[in-house]
Design a protein around this ligand. Structure first.
Ligand SMILES: NC(=O)c1ccc[n+]([C@@H]2O[C@H](COP(=O)([O-])OP(=O)(O)OC[C@H]3O[C@@H](n4cnc5c(N)ncnc54)[C@H](OP(=O)(O)O)[C@@H]3O)[C@@H](O)[C@H]2O)c1
Length: 318
């Protein structure tokens, strides 16, 4: 480990790097860094560190985590905790760190979904793993049809009142539940900061279902996860399935996604991108950022080089 001192030019791109998150006071980088993959205990720590340092050195101030990112569960948060101790302690107030609870985390009836019991305990555990006193943003990771919506939302209000989170968000909630969440949280003086949903050239559900428009019309930010469709919207799979790729792992990105139709579409995207002197991934991210209501694209990266390429999407067009 060599001592880290952040690049003194990291905010030189400021005018075009940040978007206001809805009608809040918060600015978020138009590209944010996700810790779902590549930051677990089984990933090389020095690589995770290099990616995180590169991000921060380029003005990427928003890191997105969840209780169960790893594997094993919790280990991405532990990686962040070590990075906070060793690299980012001095920079805590320059970082906007999010975590979530909503999916399977620990055994038994209280380690999943949307109860107050689960959300409260999970956030306490997350703070311990990340060595933080508070998170900037705490999400309900998914809508729980079995738990009264008010119970989940009141837990979000209360974590803010307790000083454990500064803002709250929801992820993957259906439109009708989003509307009720917006009203409830607004009425309790903890307005919904942001909605996190999957949006990319291959999956436009939040747009088609009216979620993006609702957020834009009601001053709520929107952050697009898996903006590269887990790597499909890059040149990664144009010539087969690389051994070190997410698809080769086969856990979350299955080989049957790579159909002849998709490959034809990707080659068409590549031809278009090359004609513009760009890459598929750069254009895929630019497309999202051009949609109404978008605050940020939440990318993943398994190398510094990938992140570097993805940041091309925020350079102004000629
Ligand atoms: N709220 C939710 O339910 C939810 C769900 C999923 C994700 N998320 C959040 O969204 C974040 C991003 O999701 P994601 O990792 O699926 O995003 P993504 O950006 O669509 O995919 C990232 C993967 O694509 C490949 N890649 C990235 N840039 C590349 C490039 N320039 N060239 C070639 N390949 C490239 C890498 O895969 P290889 O490993 O193959 O190199 C990388 O790990 C997560 O970390 C998490 O924070 C949230």
């Amino acid at each position: 480990m060599n001592t880290y001192s952040a690049d003194s030019h990291r905010y030189d791109n400021t005018p075009h790097l940040y978007n206001r998150c809805g009608l809040s006071g918060v600015l978020l980088p138009r590209v944010s860094l996700g810790f779902w993959h590549n930051f677990g205990a089984n990933d090389p720590f020095e690589r995770s560190r290099a990616i995180t340092r590169y991000a921060f050195d380029h003005g990427i101030t928003h890191f997105d985590l969840a209780n169960n990112y790893g594997p094993p569960y919790g280990s991405a948060e532990e990686t962040l905790g070590r990075l906070m101790d060793e690299d980012f302690l001095l920079y805590r107030d320059e970082l906007f760190i999010a975590t979530k609870a909503g999916y399977d985390m620990w055994p038994g009836p209280y380690g999943n979904w949307g109860s107050r019991k689960y959300l409260m305990a999970s956030l306490d555990q997350s703070l311990q793993r990340m060595h933080l006193d508070y998170v900037d943003l705490f999400y309900s990771h998914r809508y729980d049809p079995q738990t009264p919506l008010e119970e989940t939302l009141q837990a979000l209000v209360d974590v803010v009142r307790a000083g454990k989170a500064l803002y709250v968000g929801i992820s993957r909630w259906p439109l009708e539940a989003l509307k009720r969440a917006d009203e409830y949280l607004r009425a309790h003086d903890v307005p919904l900061l942001i909605y996190q949903g999957r949006l990319n050239l291959l999956d436009r559900e939040p747009q088609e279902e009216g979620i993006l428009d609702y957020c834009a019309d009601h001053g709520i930010g929107f952050i697009a996860f898996s903006p590269l469709a887990q790597g499909l919207l890059t040149d990664r799979y144009l010539n087969g399935i690389p051994a070190d790729s997410r698809m080769a792992q086969g856990r979350f990105l299955k080989q049957d996604r790579l159909t002849p139709e998709l490959l034809t579409y990707l080659r068409q995207l590549q031809t278009e991108a090359q004609a513009q002197g760009r890459t598929i991934s750069e254009n895929a991210l630019r497309w999202i950022l051009a949609q109404r209501g978008i605050t940020s694209v939440l990318v993943g990266a398994s190398s510094v080089e990938q992140l570097q390429k993805n940041l091309q999407c925020i350079t102004p067009c000629d």
